[in-house]
Design a protein around this ligand. Structure first.
Ligand code: 5GP
Ligand code: ZN
Length: 113
């Protein structure tokens, strides 16, 4: 499958992997928008929340718990951090493999103003 994030899961494209378990991986974003910016994805190819099957709904809870664990390990949990999930074209999703951005340590002001 011609999916950048599936290739990261398979190790065909190198990345800075910071967490891995049976179902998920997390890695640093190539183009960080904050001093700490990583992505958490399911290993299984799911295009977005819009195509998530009900049988995969447990994944969402696991993703959020992995985010919390990594955020604590990275020392951003006390000051807080932002989780962003873009869905589809109008949502600004550029990689069609569901992923959750985690931005910490002075993340960009959003919404602006
Ligand atoms: P989206 O706009 O789809 O929500 O976010 C896609 C994110 O994936 C962007 O922040 C982009 O920097 C990141 N990205 C795209 N290609 C790669 C890659 O090959 N490696 C890594 N580590 N991040 C990538
Ligand atoms: Zn994929």
């Amino acid at each position: 499958m011609d999916c950048v994030f599936c290739k990261i899961v398979d190790g065909e494209i190198p990345s800075k992997i910071i967490y891995e378990d049976d179902e998920l991986i997390a890695f640093d974003d190539l183009d960080p928008q904050a001093p700490i910016h990583f992505l958490v994805i399911p290993k299984k190819h799911i295009q977005s929340l819009e195509t998530l099957d009900e049988s995969d709904s447990d994944l969402i809870g696991k993703i959020f718990l992995a985010i919390r664990k990594i955020a604590r390990e990275k020392g951003i949990a006390d000051n807080g951090y932002r989780i962003v999930n873009n869905i589809g074209e109008d949502g600004g999703q550029t990689v069609p493999h569901m992923h959750f951005h985690v931005l910490g340590d002075r993340s960009l002001q959003w919404p602006p103003g």
